[in-house]
Write a protein that binds this ligand. Structure first.
Ligand code: EPU
Length: 419
């Protein structure tokens, strides 16, 4: 078992480089199954979700070459399986993208029921509704999902709820389907635009990604022979922006798209922080106690649920009482019990939590309950007085490359220990 030992407090200072976006990468890799050729993907975050996906694609017949730490060349000409390894697919969430991609490629796929962080019920009814409207039969039984289609056709699909995963998955399935598919009430996250850009680079005809209506004109085939660079991770960038705030530091965050960070920037300014927007980098600094604020998480361009725990750490020591309403996931306040072990005064009930700001946090042993909760606990450990031990690093490693190295470069006293 591994743990992080952090001795704080340290005001984080310096520069940090942001990697490619996890949630774009985990969709782009399955999307390569729609190509009967070779392509190169760079700015790929080297995180455990990406490594597992590469293993799955290799087991299905893909040939993957790592050109360097963040670039692969993938040859999908010899895909020879319509069943993805069930044990691996049920390890993480994004395995559901194999369904859309393989329906498009061969019209047949079986995967294990997607796993991932436990954030409450995570239904996939909108994915299934979309596949069925495109002509597929989908059976969910005994922990597996089997989808089959003789020939996918286009359709108009209205999403009952705004879903990142369902929007991307239906887009994948529709790329090679005959006719024009329309997805209405689509999600608008930057990674949706990125997956559409990747597919268009490979010959797809997708318009409107980034708005709530996406139009996919089916094409005969996708060609490979191109290189694509994954969009910078706005959640990783936001994590370091909030780490700068919580630790009363001064951090320049490089390789990001500041347009994607507007909702976080607005909140940081509201609670007193300083932000300098340079387009492809952003500097955040503040050395006082932040003001209280109320937050409601929303689909993009609203405040992202994936930064809610990190913001929670900042508000835990704010001046006054703050309220966070979580509108996306049922169980995203598990981290508050861990922060309370560090001296915070947070009352969470259902999808709301009240943060009575305390003067300071102190170190304690704490347990990550999901990926972003883990990032929040690292920020708390860096900002708190004394020694914090963070356990359950497997969650954090799913989505952040070299996280302790990046914090260390900013001055944090942080070490990974094998027990
Ligand atoms: N939902 C349904 N039915 C569906 C799909 C979703 O009811 O068929 C509900 C969900 O239960 C949730 C809401 O709709 O209440 C939004 O879910 P969405 O489908 O947008 O989430 P997702 O695609 O499963 C992705 C990210 C999450 C991120 C959410 C919201 C990936 C692999 N995961 O999940 O990322 O929180 O979008 O932005 O892209 C993370 O990175 O830590 C993470 C959890």
């Amino acid at each position: 078992m591994e743990k992080l030992i952090i001795t704080g407090p340290t005001p984080l200072k310096g520069e940090v480089e942001i990697n490619g976006a996890k949630n774009a990468a985990v969709a782009i890799l399955p999307a390569t199954l729609l190509i009967d050729g070779v392509c190169t993907i760079n700015n790929l975050p080297n995180i455990s979700d990406v490594q597992i996906l590469c293993k799955i694609l290799e087991e299905m017949g893909a040939k993957i070459t790592w050109n360097n730490n963040n670039e692969i060349t993938i040859d999908t000409r010899n895909i020879n399986k319509t069943q993805a390894p069930l044990d691996l697919t049920s390890k993480f969430r994004a395995s559901y993208y194999l369904i859309g991609a393989m329906l498009g490629r061969t019209g047949e796929i079986q995967v294990g029921m997607p796993g991932g962080c436990k954030l409450g019920a995570r239904p996939i009814d909108q994915h299934i509704k979309g596949f069925e409207l495109l002509g597929a039969d989908v059976i969910v039984e005994k922990g597996t999902i089997t989808a089959k289609a003789k020939c996918l056709h286009s359709n108009s699909i209205y999403m009952d709820i705004v879903s990142v995963g369902a929007t991307i998955n239906v887009m994948l399935a529709a790329v090679l389907a005959k006719g024009t598919t329309i997805i209405d009430n689509a999600a608008k996250e930057p990674h949706i635009v990125d997956v559409a850009n990747f597919l268009n680079t490979m010959g797809a005809d997708i318009r409107g990604a980034g708005t709530d209506v996406i139009k996919i004109n089916g094409v005969e085939k996708l060609h490979g022979d191109a290189t694509y660079s994954v969009v910078p991770d706005q959640i990783e960038a936001g994590t370091f922006m909030l780490a700068a705030m919580a630790s009363k530091g001064d951090v320049l965050i490089k390789n990001c798209i500041t347009k994607h960070l507007e909702s976080i920037t607005a909140k940081i300014v509201e609670i007193g922080g300083n932000v300098e927007d340079n387009g492809d980098s952003i500097r955040v600094w503040y050395n006082k106690r932040p003001n209280k604020s109320n937050i409601k998480t929303l689909p993009y361009p609203g405040f992202p649920t994936d930064l809610q725990p990190q913001m929670g750490v900042v508000l835990a020591t704010a001046n006054g009482t703050s309220i966070i309403n979580e509108s996306i996931w049922e169980s995203r306040f598990q981290y508050t019990a861990e922060l309370n072990k560090m001296g915070a005064n947070i009352t969470a009930q259902g999808k709301s939590a009240i943060f009575e700001g305390v003067d300071e946090l102190f170190g304690a042993p704490v347990y990550s309950t999901d990926l972003r909760a883990g990032a929040a606990l690292i920020i708390a450990g860096v900002s708190a007085n004394g020694i914090t031990e963070v356990y359950n690093l497997q969650y954090i490693d799913r989505g952040y490359e070299n996280i302790e190295e990046k914090f260390r470069k900013l001055g944090a006293n942080i070490q990974r220990i094998k027990e």
